[in-house]
Design a protein around this ligand. Sequence first.
Ligand code: HEC
Length: 225
Amino acid sequence: MKKISLSLVLSLSVFMIVISCNKDKTQAPIEPCDPNKVYFEQDISPILQNNCAKSGCHDATTRAEGLNLTTYNGVMEIVKSSNASGSKLHKVVTTSDPGDLMPPPPNTALTADQISLIDKWISQGAKNEICENSTTCDTTNMSFATDIQPIINTNCIGCHSSSGGTSGGYDLTTYTGVKSAVTASKLYASVAQNGAAVSMPPASKLNQCKIDQIKSWIDAGAPNN
Ligand code: HEC
């Protein structure tokens, strides 16, 4: 009995520490999305979590080179606010030296669009901001190609592709791969983080609209449309 309560107290306190470490106290209140602004939460964090925070790299456990890129404070260790070209983050994703390039080959390099988002975010002051669109979430007639695949490309394939590692056995770069996660009843469970599968993405959670869109597509039979 004593043993049980001790391990309970221990695991609870570890849990509390993990929760409090994950919360960045720098985050600004949610504002309506400004189309001219780049937001850390919506735009930058998914790129870094998907491409840099893999296990064995810059995730909260491994912290390769002391860097945990799953949090704003961790990212700011390689960012000089308002100085994109002087920031280590910009340098390592754009260098022509394959030995220094991040993510290291054979992982896919960041796209020009992703790099320009990062640069714009840094130039705008590299703030820890989050926005919310007041438009309602459309979950009707979800198409794999136009609605679902973009969510997966932004948030998942860095860890789930033939070049980046097929974590959990899932290559999510193709319809077939995504469908196999649906068939195994793992796709919705992982993004809803309901306990029936390992929570995905590992260090964050998709917003509710994206989770609802994935659910609606699965409920419609997960068509390849
Ligand atoms: C940072 C790397 C990373 C990202 C980003 C990521 N995954 Fe994973 N995923 C993993 C790893 C590692 C595993 C294996 C976990 C395990 O077995 O403990 C996994 C496992 C899974 C599984 C199997 C879960 C189970 O319980 O068997 C599914 C489904 C999955 N991921 C879907 C996704 C989806 C969908 C996204 C994007 C919304 C995503 N993943 C983003 C690393 C990642």
